[in-house]
Design a protein. Structure first.
Length: 482
């Protein structure tokens, strides 16, 4: 399953407080990355103004929307199964129900959805959600509706997202859309279009609004956050054509982090995802300068082999990545670092794989997300390279690095034993209703007895014990941030 959104949230239907007067019922569920979950909040906001309230009962829905993921074949299969389920409910209980597909699969498959999946009435790509009112009007008149046009401008900066199934403590704020990196294995540039950045003013307003509503931690979201660049609108690649004035007043990711950190000095600030070729040290220095920017960088590398990195069109070498890690640790010694890794990319041999293993040994990541290569139609690798690593080999390599990561996680987690860490309480622990669960700035989960503390409070916790991924401790008082 995808990072950030934990496994038990995948496919969870999302609900918000009903708005009086709204008569129609929307069932919306999301799969895939954090950006999809964030987009569903934009969709829900648009539909709240169209007379919809959310429901978590499929049987009573007038409209079912599924926000889909195309990153690997398995993600698409999961959605296909859900469509069958909707079909069954529609047939047996609710013949008037309409079904719409949103997100990356909608963009990738376009009209094919309307042709193949008889149950689908509506297909909407990631940049077309503002057209939903028009598309729904068509559907209401009995016609299928589709809009999969990708945009060079749309950032939904002017849509105030409604927070779905929120803990009231942590929230996503999207800052860029799309990706221009063209990693050869990746479908995202095709399904989410060109990279564009959102107006910093609207980002700060959203952060302030979240703070006023009681939120204590935000995650700035983008496929490649370090590439954020605002110079009054427009694509990043056109920055060279910007006026001197636009260049002088432009805002890069480091500037944006600083703006957010200063706007709400007690709000914890996180970001995801960083890209090694775009993460510059000024960002790390800004992190070091502001206490409220959390010391964690998710820094996917995908492979430790120079040859494979090149085939993947990752625009850095193994050595450059290692130097970046060294520099991060020099500037922020307690910074946690996490990874995404792919095994079994076409032509990956045992030597390449051992390079991945040795890179992991070098970095000793705090945690990571590891995948078997899944060929995606239309990508450069999908078109030009044979998916030639046998499934058995992929499986073994995946197991090897999953085991290695567990070992490293354990080593890194143990480093916190007997130390006092700041935890923002997010929810009840899954394992015990007498314990709270939250995360340290390094994004390490920590559980401890509730005592009199409450969700949303910053607490200092003395770490007494740990598992490979979780700190176990006891609260010793409020932190200064509270
Ligand atoms: N920059 C994005 C990356 C999205 S994809 C972000 O915001 O995280 C998330 C991860 O899925 C990638 O880092 C990569 O490790 C994995 N991935 C992408 N395409 C894949 C494919 N074709 N097969 C297997 N894993 C893939
Ligand atoms: Fe995909 Fe590479 Fe962009 S993994 S989202 S093309 S940075």
């Amino acid at each position: 399953m995808e990072k950030i959104i934990d496994e038990n949230k995948q496919g969870e239907s999302l609900a918000l407080d009903p708005k009086a007067g709204n008569k129609r019922k929307l069932f919306i569920e999301s799969y895939g990355c954090a950006m999809n979950f964030s987009d569903s909040e934009i969709v829900a906001s648009i539909l709240t103004n169209q007379g919809f309230n959310t429901t978590q009962k499929l049987e009573e829905a007038d409209l079912v929307l599924v926000n889909t993921c195309s990153i690997r074949d398995k993600a698409e299969q999961t959605v296909r199964k859900r469509l069958q389920k909707y079909n069954a409910v529609k047939r047996d209980h609710n013949p008037k129900m309409k079904v719409g597909v949103l997100g990356c699969m909608a963009e990738r498959l376009k009209t094919k959805f309307l042709e193949e999946e008889k149950i689908v009435d509506l297909v909407v790509g990631p940049d077309a959600y503002k057209d939903l009112p028009n598309l729904l009007a068509e559907v209401d008149e009995g016609r299928d509706a589709i809009n999969v046009i990708l945009s060079k401008e749309e950032t939904y900066g002017d849509v105030s997202p409604v927070r779905l199934n929120t803990n009231g403590v942590t929230a996503f704020v999207s800052i860029t859309r799309g990706c221009d990196n063209m990693c050869t294995f990746c479908v995202v540039p095709f399904t989410r279009g060109r990279e564009r950045s959102r107006d910093p003013q609207s980002i700060i307003e959203e952060v302030n609004d979240l703070w006023n509503k009681g939120y204590k931690e935000i995650t700035l979201l983008g496929q490649n956050v370090d590439s954020y660049l605002w110079y009054g609108g427009g694509l990043k690649k056109d920055f060279v054509k910007a006026t001197d004035m636009q260049k002088a007043t432009s805002v890069n990711f480091s500037n944006l982090l600083e703006l957010c950190a200063k706007a709400q000095p007690k709000m914890r600030i996180r970001f995801s995802t960083s890209n090694p070729q775009d993460l510059t040290l000024d960002v790390v220095e800004t992190m070091a300068k502001y206490n409220n920017i959390c010391n964690h960088i998710h820094l996917p590398v995908q492979s430790g082999s120079n040859r494979i990195l090149k085939e993947m069109n990752r625009l850095h070498t193994r050595k450059e990545y290692m130097d970046l890690i060294d520099n991060i640790r020099k500037i922020i010694p307690d910074c946690s670092i996490s990874q995404d890794m792919i095994v079994g990319f076409p032509t990956e041999n045992e030597t390449d794989f051992q390079d991945t293993v040795s890179l992991m040994e070098y970095v000793k990541y705090n945690f990571g997300y590891m995948y078997k290569y899944s060929e995606r139609p239309g990508t450069m690798a999908g078109r030009n390279m044979e998916d030639d690593v046998p499934e058995e080999t992929k499986k073994r390599r995946l197991q090897d690095i999953v085991d290695l990561q567990r070992l490293h996680s354990e080593i890194k987690t143990k480093e916190w034993l007997d130390k006092t860490v700041e935890v923002l309480i997010e929810k009840e622990s899954k394992k015990s209703n007498t314990q709270w669960s939250g995360r340290t700035p390094q994004s390490i989960v920590c559980v401890f007895p509730k005592v009199n503390y409450k969700v949303g409070e910053f607490v200092n916790v003395k770490v007494k014990n740990c598992t490979s991924a979780t700190l176990i401790g006891e609260a010793v008082g409020y932190s200064d941030n509270n």
